[in-house]
Design a protein around this ligand. Sequence first.
Ligand SMILES: NC(=O)c1ccc[n+]([C@@H]2O[C@H](COP(=O)([O-])OP(=O)(O)OC[C@H]3O[C@@H](n4cnc5c(N)ncnc54)[C@H](O)[C@@H]3O)[C@@H](O)[C@H]2O)c1
Ligand SMILES: [Zn+2]
Ligand SMILES: [Zn+2]
Length: 381
Amino acid sequence: MKAVVYRGPKSVAVEDRPDPTIQSPTDAVIRLTTTNICGSDLHMYEGRTSVEEGKVLGHENMGVVEAVGDGVDRIRVGDRVSVPFNIACGTCRNCQTGWTSFCLRANPTEGMDGAAYGYANMGPYDGGQAEFLRVPWADVNLLTLPEGTEHEDDFTMLSDVFPTGWHGVELSGFQVGDRVAVFGGGPVGLMAAHSAVIRGASEVYVVDKEPDRLRLAEGYGAVPVDFSAGDPVEQLMQLTGGRGVDRGVDAVGYQAHDGTGDEHPELVLDNLAQVVRATGGLGVVGVYMPEDPGASGDLAKEGRIPWQFGTFFTKGQLMGTGQAPVKRYNRQLRDLITTGKANPGAIVSHHLSLDEAVEGYQHFDDRDPGWTKVLLHPAGV
Ligand SMILES: NC(=O)c1ccc[n+]([C@@H]2O[C@H](COP(=O)([O-])OP(=O)(O)OC[C@H]3O[C@@H](n4cnc5c(N)ncnc54)[C@H](O)[C@@H]3O)[C@@H](O)[C@H]2O)c1
Ligand SMILES: [Zn+2]
Ligand SMILES: [Zn+2]
């Protein structure tokens, strides 16, 4: 089969790989219909992780079940499915309490709880930017979807960005009527804004500097804030009559930059501590790394990020962090899509074949205007 493979910083290639097979009775193999490029893939693409060369990328996967092992009884060949980016055993302590993003069994890497497809430090699993994908513990992990091809662009957001945006809002301690500031207008930030609106926020702001992303935020009912036009904290204070917001979502992470493009890993955390009201909450789903050898500062190389912890403490704020447990939300979010209450597919900008993945990575990484969310279709566009 064909697969998208990491070949070093700023380099991916489409190569031939053996088709995956059933290795354990609880496995399934799926044929991909849609597999997305994610902002998380860019951390690897830019050489800012320890991912090994030769890794098949892709953790935002959906398709049709091609084969199942003898121990699979819920999922059938031919089912249309969404694959959560987390690989969960379903029976460990964390899985059983709803934290499939911290599964204790799926990742053999020392000191790491939680596994994913095609990702640095997340276990030996191939990604799904390929024609086929092996899914461990298929009965636990796969979400079934209505047959056919309807809502493909919406359902493909169920593997990661829609649940992750929802989780960012959840981690912030959101309550109905809250004012929410989302930092980052990429797919995750846009999904956090969409989630906050659906959940009954009184006002939602999205901070970014890319005009096309800010326009999409407006389309979801959020107020755009352009951080290249001035300090976003000042702008948000003005917009809220000096009160600040109740909740803040970090959908940027450790590669946050200022208006001139210089990287400051603490920037969004500082902004949030300042703009969230006392006793409000921060949901941090933007990624931070335990080590970041590619960082410019010595502290950041060791994964140490000096930020305004004193402000955070003094204001009695709360913070939640980490990878999203997709299974906790994806069933309900699927149903919001089928009943027309959610339209996450509005962020899709490009449909490409697998062979066009190399260009897709380049344009998405450059944040070229209009390249918001790239979908690859291994079975044909
Ligand atoms: N926690 C999880 O489970 C999870 C899942 C998926 C993605 N992520 C992470 O979420 C983050 C966002 O993902 P994405 O796909 O939307 O990525 P993306 O790179 O497409 O979007 C990030 C956006 O942040 C903007 N930005 C940069 N600096 C900023 C600043 N100082 N203030 C406001 N905006 C700023 C950029 O212009 C860009 O539009 C990434 O770190 C990704 O790894 C986490
Ligand atoms: Zn992703
Ligand atoms: Zn588990």
